[in-house]
Design a protein around this ligand. Structure first.
Ligand SMILES: C[S@@+](CC[C@H](N)C(=O)[O-])C[C@H]1O[C@@H](n2cnc3c(N)ncnc32)[C@H](O)[C@@H]1O
Length: 234
């Protein structure tokens, strides 16, 4: 049985190496550009919106686009547990002239306590890194509280991880914090967001080959895509 610490260590190692090797805009990588799904969710942002939260912001692939979308005087709070990623994010924000819009918070999402209310909350491949369903639920409730009426939540969540050795075809135990199923994730979101206006709850297949302990492993998962707007009555 792989420990939580081992999983976290591998995650950190993977991201440190990835961000050292690749930058935003690098073709053929997941940093090539903002996710079209995220851009699509911008249609629901209120014209008066000026505060956003990017959970697990990494080196800012989405944070800069959000800052540009919200415009002058807006704030994007970028939370990540990798200080090296946040340092790179700050540098790039200055180059892109959105430095004044960015606030970085070096924290685990689980420990992050919002001190303001947001109009837009994004999580791309992040909240599933919480240790279990209880902490994920608590985090989502906290985020709901910290969202203004008509604020938008947009999530892309990797679930149903299935890892296979590319050479031998053997099943490999996924090194992930929690391996939620598609059905339980959808149930969780439908339950927690029943008072919200759910605009989308869909799924798509995702896979990439990674080097895991010296083996080439096909890491396949389902990406749950979720967009919802906080109702006035909430
Ligand atoms: C797959 S990357 C995605 C980065 C960014 N959201 C994007 O779409 O470009 C996941 C990011 O989440 C961060 N992360 C993972 N678990 C986290 C946690 N529990 N709290 C805060 N950040 C976390 C990682 O350091 C990494 O930068």
């Amino acid at each position: 049985m792989i420990s939580f610490e081992e999983v976290r260590q591998r995650e950190r190692g993977y991201h440190v190496a990835y961000y050292a090797k690749h930058g935003i805009g690098d073709e053929g990588t997941w940093l090539a550009g903002p996710s079209p799904y995220v851009i699509e969710s911008f249609q629901y942002i209120q014209p008066s919106a000026d505060k956003a939260l990017d959970l697990g912001a990494g080196i800012g692939r989405h944070a800069f686009t959000i800052a540009e979308r919200l415009g002058k005087g807006s704030t994007v709070v970028c939370v990540d547990l990798l200080d090296s990623a946040l340092e790179k994010l700050i540098e790039t924000a200055k180059e892109k002239n959105v430095g004044a819009n960015i606030i970085t918070v070096d924290s685990d999402v689980a420990d992050y306590e919002p001190d303001t209310a947001f109009d837009y909350v994004l999580s791309v491949s992040v909240i599933e890194h919480l240790p279990n369903k209880q902490s994920l639920t608590a985090c989502l409730k906290k985020l709901q509280q910290a969202t203004n009426t008509k604020g938008v939540h947009c999530f892309m969540i990797a679930v149903d991880h299935k890892w296979t050795d590319r050479v031998t075809g053997e099943t490999v135990e996924p090194l992930v914090e929690q391996n939620l199923t598609t059905a339980e994730t959808k149930d969780l979101l439908n339950g927690l967001y029943k008072e919200w206006d759910i605009k989308d709850l869909s799924e798509k297949h995702w896979e990439q080959t990674e080097s895991v302990n010296g083996r080439d492993v096909i890491c396949a998962s389902t990406c749950i895509q979720f967009t919802a707007i906080k109702s006035e009555e909430e």
